[in-house]
Design a protein around this ligand. Structure first.
Ligand SMILES: [Ca+2]
Ligand SMILES: [Ca+2]
Length: 194
């Protein structure tokens, strides 16, 4: 009797699971003109913890400034890992069109464990850099930008990694529906317990 539900679950596992993004979705980074070292914000390398804020980072000493990341396509963003200068407040914003923005997450100066220099923050509970208070509801976006909002006026972004899941294709939804249907059929046919 145990083989049938397992078979149904195996079918669902093969066809029902949403497609996870195979590659990091960030394709480019651009910054306002007062930001130095813009490309360091998305070069694939996280600065060491405590590293000087002007070393291998996108940094700025006059505000306002923006560091904007463009994604390959709209994806469902479920979390992030970011390297930021430790003693500042930052606001992460998301957009679908690059024009209309809304708040995704905020990082405040009191978070993290680094007292001087670059600090990495993660929404992933399994990461050693995990901090509470920065998580957000999964959001579909094509752009993410970081703005410095407070602190000592000296800001830096060392890297951003986004945790995402691709928005499922129509065929995926069809498979999901078929898979759930098959599971439902099995449950209905299952004889009453006893
Ligand atoms: Ca970097
Ligand atoms: Ca600072």
């Amino acid at each position: 009797m145990m083989k049938k539900p397992l078979a149904a679950l195996a079918t669902c596992a093969a066809f029902c699971a949403p497609t996870w993004a195979a590659t990091p979705p960030i394709v480019s980074v651009s910054c306002s003109t007062n930001v130095s070292g813009c490309a360091f914000a998305a070069d694939g390398s996280f600065p060491a913890e405590g590293q000087f804020y002007q070393s291998q980072t996108a940094f700025w000493t006059t505000s306002p400034a923006t560091v904007t990341f463009a994604l390959s396509a709209p994806v469902l963003i479920t979390g992030y890992e970011a390297s930021l200068d430790n003693n500042d407040d930052y606001r992460f914003e998301w957009s679908l069109n690059g024009t209309t923005w809304a708040t995704l997450s905020t990082v405040t100066a009191g978070l993290g464990e680094i007292n001087g220099g670059m600090d990495t923050f993660s929404t992933n509970p399994a990461s050693p850099e995990f901090v509470t208070g920065i998580a957000f509801a999964p959001t579909s976006a094509a752009f993410v930008r970081i703005i410095g909002t407070g602190g000592d006026g000296l800001f830096a972004v060392g890297e951003l990694t986004l945790f995402t899941t691709a928005v499922p294709e129509a065929s995926t939804w069809l498979s999901l529906t078929v898979g759930l249907g098959a599971l439902g059929l099995f449950v209905r046919r299952r004889p009453a317990a006893g």
